[in-house]
Design a protein around this ligand. Structure first.
Ligand code: PEP
Ligand code: MN
Length: 390
């Protein structure tokens, strides 16, 4: 059960003290307080953990300082969707809204290799109206002998160039607590010219210590990738683990799952799970077509598989697209074969726009059908019959 308190209530307020004194007397119930500092107000939620079935929601609602009561299902207490739960499904960062209703493209280098390539990439993004990117500085690799990323050495020029080209948010994978400190320090030294979304890669989805660390800070939002060899629910529990530490700014990333059944793609595409994640939780959903498909192969219509995959995710309502591009893929140090060329960026973005428009039309269509009086509802079957009869 979650008690949502009146906005801006402070622990020093009498009503807050009375409420906490009352809650402390509940038998076998643990309390966890979450405070969310927004730009306009501070929201406080109190989680009652334990067997709350005998606690009356009406009684709780009558307590001082309580505005609303949400009875949560067991799963995904923090991030899940619950009955009568109108908590938002978005967060704001660097002036951008990341939510279940928005869409951002984060195109960029899988791994930072040279300053020149970073600049060419950022300039192309700016020229195409983009404000988000991906830039890998810390790269966990399949082989320990492969290039592991430039680490903190590349951060100053990556951040400076982001500022120069108006890039507001960089998705950047971290694998260790020290990386967050290095990012924070480099941002400070460069005068905070941009923002960073900390990425937890598929190899670390269940690295619970890392999840706790990124969950305890609220400065940076987090993109948590689905684990490639675990169930969707296990990955969603990992997101819940992270958020239960305090950070609600979590985007959930689908990137395909590992199985030879997906061959010849690098991973088996799971973008049909976009609406599932949006139904079960309030997280915005990201798709990563690059790591799912793994190549620049093209279909007979001259549409790369990677763009087909992107369109599938976007038409299903994805909120973020993380995609590899590179000015000279042959010279990329990581994942060159799957990087799209910069010349393909306008084509890619136009294709995303078409898929998004189709998604929005589908939403409007579904709303039209849902709002009709059930008795008069014209189902697709009924329309098909009428059309035949005409
Ligand atoms: C990446 O996005 O660079 C990456 C390594 O992705 P994943 O963790 O999904 O393999
Ligand atoms: Mn990669």
């Amino acid at each position: 059960m979650i008690l949502i308190l009146t906005p801006n209530i402070e622990p020093e307020n009498d009503s807050y003290k009375q409420l906490m004194a009352h809650l402390a007397r509940l038998q076998d119930i643990q309390l966890r307080v979450h405070r969310e500092h927004g730009t306009e107000q501070t929201l406080t939620e109190i989680y009652l953990i334990g067997n709350t079935s005998s606690i009356s929601a009406d009684d709780m609602k009558g307590l001082p300082g309580v505005e609303r009561v949400v009875r949560v299902s067991e799963e995904y207490r923090v991030l899940g969707r619950h009955r009568d739960d109108d908590r938002p499904s978005h967060f704001d960062y660097q002036g951008l809204r990341f939510g279940q209703g928005t869409l951002h493209v984060s195109a960029g280098l899988c791994a930072v290799d040279t300053m020149e390539h970073v600049e060419i990439m950022m300039r192309a993004l700016r020229d195409n109206g983009q404000v988000c990117t991906r830039m890998g500085a810390y790269k966990p690799r399949t082989s320990p002998y492969s290039f592991q990323g430039h680490g903190k050495n590349c951060l100053p020029y990556v951040f400076d160039l982001a500022g120069k080209y108006g890039i507001k948010v960089i998705a950047m994978e971290v694998t260790h607590e020290s990386h967050i400190d290095e990012i924070r320090e480099a941002l400070r030294r460069t005068g905070n010219p941009t923002g960073v979304m900390l990425q937890i890669g598929t190899r670390n989805t269940q690295n619970f210590e890392l999840l706790k660390i990124v969950g305890r800070q609220q400065e940076f939002p987090v993109l948590l990738k689905r684990g490639f060899g675990i169930t969707l629910s296990e990955s969603l529990h990992a997101a819940e683990y992270l958020a239960s530490e305090g950070n609600r700014k979590v985007v959930f990333g689908l990137r395909g799952v590992k199985t030879n059944m997906g061959d010849p793609h690098r991973n088996f595409l799971d973008f049909a799970h976009v609406p599932v994640v949006k139904r079960l939780t309030r997280m915005p959903v990201c798709i990563d077509p690059s790591h799912a498909v793994g190549s620049r192969s093209c279909g007979p219509e001259r549409i790369p598989d990677l763009m087909h995959a992107t369109a599938q995710g976007v038409i299903a309502g994805a909120n973020m697209v993380l995609v590899d591009f590179h000015p000279v893929p042959d010279r990329a140090l990581v994942d060159g074969p799957q990087a799209l060329l910069l010349e393909e960026l306008p084509h890619f973005l136009e294709d995303v726009r078409i898929a998004r428009e189709a998604f929005e039309k589908r939403v409007a269509l579904a709303e039209r059908y849902a709002s009709r009086d059930k008795t008069e509802a014209q189902t697709p079957v009924a329309i098909a019959v009428q059309n035949r009869e005409r």
